[in-house]
Structure formats: C-alpha cells, structure tokens
Ligand binder design. Structure first.
Ligand code: 0X9
Ligand code: CA
Ligand code: ZN
Ligand code: CA
Ligand code: CA
Length: 534
C-alpha cells in the first residue's frame, strides 16, 4: 500500500474517535465518568490498603477493565468468612448505580475503625463490589452529541458488534446461562434493547462476571451467600425467578423461597422500595439473579434504584446530580441490614442453626460429592446419583419416593430406568464422599435425611454413614440394616454427634449395600448438614 494511502487511513481513524474523553456535562459533573470512577476506587485503595484490594475481573468487549474491590480485614488473605457481593451498571445508562456502588464503598471504608457496626461487618465478612459491569456502554453513553439530551445516548447494552447487521450490542442482563432465551423474556433481534446475544455467555462482560462468581466456590462450597445487582429505576427490590411467574418452581426450595420473600420485605421496610418476585414486574430470561440463584444458590436480588417510574427513558435514568447524595444515602440502613443478614440469609426464617453451620447441602446443585471415591464400589446397578427420583413400588409398597426431601434433587441409589444408565434397584455397594468440612472447637450435630427401603432383605444389606478424618481413617457413626419384613421408603431425619472430631477437618461418607442374596434396595440421602452448635 502506498504511504499516502496509509497516512489518509490514519487520519480517518483518528477522526472517528470522539474528540474528548467521555464525560458528564457540567450540570451533572457530580456523576463519575468511567475514568473518574477508576481513579476514585484506586485512590480509596491507596488510602486504605489494609482493608481494600482493587482488582479487575476481566475485560469488556473493547478491552476495558471491569473493576472490583474486596473490602475486608486481612484483605490479602482468603479467610473463611461469609462473602457478600454487589455489582452495578449492567445497563449503560443506569449511571446512578455506579454512584450507589461508590457510596457503599465509602460507607464501609470511611467509617471503618470509628463506627462499631461497620467495623464489625468489614472484619467478619468479605465484601465484593463490582463497580461497572458494562464499561464500554458506560463510556459510549456520554458521546451522543446529536441526541435529544446530549451528550446522553440512553444506551443500555454493551458495545459488541453483531454478525450480519449494523445493530450493536447485547443486553448483558439477558445473556446468562440459566434458562437463556427460554420464556419470551428477551429478544432474538440484534436491534432490540433486550437482545439476548447469539448464545448464552456470548458477551465477554457476562463471562467475566460469571467466572468471578464461580471462582468463589472454595472447597466445593460457594462462599458468596447474598448479592445485590443495582439497576435503575422504579425503587423496587426483586427476587428470582424472572423466567417464570410460578412462585416456587421445581428449581427453588420452599425454604429458599421463604427466605427470598422475608429478606426482600425486610430490606424494603428499610428503604421504602416495593418488594416482589422479578417476574411480577415482567418476564426476563437469562438474567443475572436467576443465574446467581439457579446455578450457585446465592440469595440474589435486583434493586431498581431512584427514581420512581417516570414516563420517559430520560426521566428514568438521568436524574440531576443533586439527587445522587440523597438517593444513594437513602439506602444506608437497608444496605447495612443486607450486609448483616446476608452472612446467613436463612436467619430471617429462623434456620441459621440448621443451614448456616460448617456444612449445608440440600443437594440442589453439585457441591463436590464424589461417587465411588475409592474406586472399590461393587454396584452393578443402582449406584448413587444426584438427581430427581421417580416413584417405584413393589406389591403396592413404595420403594423409591417420587420426591427428594428438599427441592428437586437428592442422592438416590439409581434413578428410574430410562432416565440414566442405572436401573433403579441397588445391587452391590455404592459410596459417596463429601468435600472436606472444617469442624469448629465445639461442632453441632451432623444431620441428614435418609430413606432406606427394602424387600426380602437381611443384615447383609445396609445404609451406613462414616466420618473420615484427615488421615483418611473412617469411623462408622450410623447404620441401618435390612430385615426380612418389607420396609417402605420415607424421609427420616438422623443425627450423629461428631464432637470426637472437634477442630478437625472431616469428610462424610455414605455407603449403601445390597450384600447378600439379591434384595430390592432403595436408598436416598438429602439435606446433609453439620449444624451450628446450640
Ligand atoms: O429488565 C431488566 O434487566 C431489569 N430492569 S431495567 O429497567 N434496569 O432494565 C429488571 C431485571 C429483573 N428481572 C425481572 N424483572 N424479571
Ligand atoms: Ca477478612
Ligand atoms: Zn437495568
Ligand atoms: Ca434436595
Ligand atoms: Ca438389589
């Protein structure tokens, strides 16, 4: 190519770039631009390096960092403290959400060491704030000199091009990989403001956020217990699911639903927002909070901030900068309440002893159990599988129940024939082993729900629970044996005193055996816990 042509191209390329860095107009100068936000969070880190660590969770489509901060004592150490997460600006034009995130950041950091409640929260939790999930949209939204409200664009999506069209952008709050595109709650049209993308996780910003959340699974257990994503507007507190109008679908337990409602209402009582299931507003699919709960079982809420509904997109998303301070500080007590209770959301329904001890697994998502951990299982059929049981009966006696104890899934010795390679009846021995569980100095009970149904059985058939210590030595702590008389399936609570292992790290091992002549054996396990001490 001739040198002259190259030079002309360079000029064109420069001319295509906006003249000045994107910034708010003078009358809204109290809002932070992306650049101002970045320097602000780094300045806070520099002033408080003992409790603040700033980092990037990844890059946007155009290569900007998606900045985050961890706020905790001993901030450089991953301590075994409950984690609470916040994020802002999935949607470009929702600038007040960045201000709310910065307000929260300052609330925690500026009052650390002087305010007892805030100091205790920072000391006992690990708090994550992701300040702007959509930095490209953030910057772009301040570049529309020809709009009806320059420089604002009223942009919502990211800035990722779409193949075969000049329409730009994916709605980041429709791109998560849970019920993506399932239910009429997003658009397949790239020109739509709710375009879901060509596939789930097609947006790099969503992949980065998802990867960060998944990275907080430590030792098989998701550390993040509660989460708020800030949006504007309407002054609402929304809980999952958005993809269905059903209050408690199969992929939510009744206990979790009770928490969502009670916790949501309690927050709303503190900021005057309106609490509701997100689908009561409208159906969305592939949205963040459905993913956070559906895949990770995090108690995840959408807050739609100030102002109340207005007739225009400009009124909805561009309140004057005088409103930043009152609208964000308005949420002070609701945020502190969320941080307090978010360490154990089950406390709002009185279940902290049961569900917020060293271990709680309702088996609704994979929490790291190993099947056949020693490679010595002999089961030729009916191996333990985490799944949805279906009813089987023999002579009118129920052998496998049609429901786990909680929710949709439990560990079951063989799901019904046809749904997996297993036939349902157990033959031989099958074993599952939990992740390591750190017991405190005075642990509460090991408890679980079991079902052990058998016909024409004997003492060579059994369901056994072992505690395995750090040297991989297993102690039998609980057992049930077969009998000549038929026993029908039912979910029964069992408890075991594990105080002999105080201060140690244990694994729970469950073993079901059809050991003698071939008996009909069906076992199930659900809701395994090490409870909080009383
Ligand atoms: O539509 C969205 O993504 C959120 N509202 S916004 O006005 N900020 O765009 C709502 C997400 C919550 N989910 C449902 N309402 N289903
Ligand atoms: Ca800490
Ligand atoms: Zn939004
Ligand atoms: Ca369950
Ligand atoms: Ca059998």
């Amino acid at each position: 190519m001739a040198l002259a042509a190259l030079a002309a191209m360079a000029v064109l390329a420069i001319a295509a770039v906006p003249a000045a860095a994107a910034d708010f107009p003078p009358q809204d100068s109290l809002y932070h631009s992306y650049a101002e936000m970045v320097s602000e969070i780094h300045a806070v880190e520099a002033a408080h390096p003992d409790i603040v660590h700033v980092f990037s969770i990844g890059k946007s489509y155009q290569g900007r960092d998606i900045w985050a901060a961890k706020i905790s004592d001993k901030v450089a150490t991953d301590e075994p403290e409950p984690e609470i997460m916040f994020d802002a600006l999935h949607h470009a034009r929702e600038h007040l959400t960045v201000e709310q995130a910065l307000y929260l950041f300052h609330l925690l950091v500026d009052n650390y060491g002087t305010d007892t409640q805030i100091t205790n929260l920072v000391d006992s939790r690990e708090i994550w704030i992701i300040f702007a999930v959509n930095p490209d949209g953030f910057v772009y939204d301040l570049t529309c000199t020809n709009s009806s409200h320059p420089p604002y664009c009223a942009w919502r999506k990211n800035r990722q091009p779409n193949a075969g069209t000049s329409a730009i952008g994916t709605d980041l709050n429709r791109n998560y990989d849970y019920s993506w595109g399932c239910c009429g709650g997003s658009s397949s049209n790239p020109a739509s403001i709710t375009y879901r993308g060509p596939r789930a996780l097609s947006a790099p910003e969503v992949r980065a956020l998802r990867a960060f959340v998944v990275s907080r699974v430590v030792g098989g257990v998701q550390q993040i217990k509660a989460h708020i994503t800030f949006h504007t507007n309407g002054q609402l507190i929304l809980w999952p699911y958005g993809h269905t109008k059903t209050d408690i679908p199969a992929d939510m337990t009744v206990w979790d639903h009770q928490v969502f409602v009670a916790f949501g209402k309690a927050m709303a009582a503190r900021n005057g927002y309106k609490p509701m299931q997100s689908s009561d507003l409208y159906i969305t699919d592939g949205d963040q909070i459905d993913w956070m709960y559906g895949r990770e079982r995090i108690f995840s809420y959408t807050w739609e901030l100030y102002p109340p509904e207005t007739p225009t997109v400009w009124g909805d998303h561009y309140p004057p900068d005088e409103k930043i301070a009152p609208a964000t500080s308005h949420n002070r007590s609701a945020l502190l309440y969320f941080l307090t209770v978010g360490a154990c959301p089950y406390s709002v329904t009185g279940l902290s002893k049961l569900n917020c001890g060293p271990f709680f697994d309702d088996m609704e998502i994979s929490r790291g159990w190993k099947v056949n951990p020693d490679g010595t299982d002999t089961a030729t059929s009916g191996r333990f599988v985490r799944g949805d049981p279906a009813p089987t009966s023999v002579g009118g006696v129920r052998m496998q129940l049609d429901r786990p104890y909680s929710g949709r899934y439990g560990f079951i010795t063989g799901l019904p024939a046809g749904s997996t390679a297993n036939s349902y009846d157990l033959d031989g021995r099958t074993t599952i082993q939990s992740v390591p569980i750190a017991l405190p100095a005075s642990p509460g009970l090991l408890s679980f729900r079991y079902s052990f149904a058998h016909g024409s059985s004997s003492v060579s058939d059994s369901l056994k629970v072992f505690v395995e210590d750090e040297t991989a030595t297993r102690a039998l702590v609980w057992s049930k044996f077969g009998t000549a008389s038929t026993v029908a399936a039912s979910w029964i609570r069992a408890t075991v005193d594990v105080s002999a292992w105080s201060g140690q790290t244990i694994r729970v091992v469950v073993q079901a055996t059809d050991g003698g002549h071939d008996s009909l054996i069906e076992a199930g396990i659900d809701d395994v816990r090490v409870e909080r001490p009383t």
